[in-house]
Design a protein around this ligand. Structure first.
Ligand SMILES: [Mn+2]
Length: 258
């Protein structure tokens, strides 16, 4: 019987160093051997440079997200994007730009595939209530995932800041999960990630395999205070996201609706 390996899957830290440290502390306590980060390291939160430096140090793999795309192309003209871009410096920007789009590995027989948003691209958004064909598209080999690996059994992604673990009835033995968001969770206001457990690179499907959704409290107010101290654009929208898990795009609608 081989020993089980724990693999932490984190995503969407969005410049929230306090939430990242809470997640890393928990990951360390649980003895994870590997950490995969699914992208969106900066943007929205105040500490992008520190988050990038920390992820380079502790994550085994860092993947490219849509905000990593946005932030490395500041010509979009958005003042928020420009504010974040200006703080990173050329070396971090080049590193972000160099990140891979997907990662594959094997755990207890299952082929696991991770990417930021979907197999179609970092700007292609998939929700758990998308139609069956769209959800099945997450398991296909594409330009983004490459064609050199067999299609996966378990797919994990980030992007929507909404964690879930969804095994399918049809087809059997396929599971889609979302790691949620460490630094900008929109399903509940806590740092969120997923821990996988199984035999690393093992071929035996009958070896134990586990997936766990982890929620952690952190000092939300200190992050908001830090953003205010830095005069970060859209800090008040960030405050509502971090305190109440209400997406900034929904905040105005909520006010006008009532
Ligand atoms: Mn994101």
């Amino acid at each position: 019987m081989s020993a089980l390996t724990r693999v932490a899957v984190i995503s969407d830290i969005h410049g929230n160093l306090t939430a990242l440290e809470a997640a890393l502390d928990d990951i360390r306590k649980r003895g994870a051997a590997r950490i995969y980060n699914l992208g969106d390291l900066d943007g929205k939160g105040p500490d992008g440079p520190q988050v990038i430096d920390r992820c380079r140090e502790v994550c085994d793999v860092n993947l490219f997200g849509n905000w990593d795309d946005l932030i490395t192309r500041p010509e979009s003209g958005n003042p928020l994007v420009q504010w974040h871009h200006a703080r990173l410096g050329p070396e971090r920007l080049a590193w972000l730009r160099s990140l891979p789009l997907s990662a594959d590995f094997r755990l207890s027989g299952r082929r696991i595939r991770l990417f930021h948003a979907s197999a179609q691209g970092v700007w292609h958004r998939v929700f758990p209530n998308s139609d069956h064909e769209t959800l099945m598209g997450m398991f296909e080999n594409t330009e983004l995932t490459g064609f050199d690996q067999p299609p996966p059994d378990v797919v994990g992604y980030g992007d929507i800041h909404h964690a879930f673990i969804m095994p399918f009835f049809i087809p059997k033995n396929k599971t889609l999960f979302n790691a949620g968001s460490v630094g900008n969770a929109l399903d509940e206001p806590r740092a969120t990630y997923v821990m996988l457990e199984g035999v690393w690179d093992g071929e035996d499907w009958d070896a134990p395999f586990g997936m766990e959704l982890v929620r952690l409290p952190y000092d939300v107010e200190s992050v908001i205070a830090r953003a205010r101290a830095l005069n970060m654009p859209r800090t008040e929208e960030l405050a509502i996201e971090l305190r109440q898990a209400i997406y900034r795009g929904m905040q105005k609608q909520r006010v006008s609706a009532g």
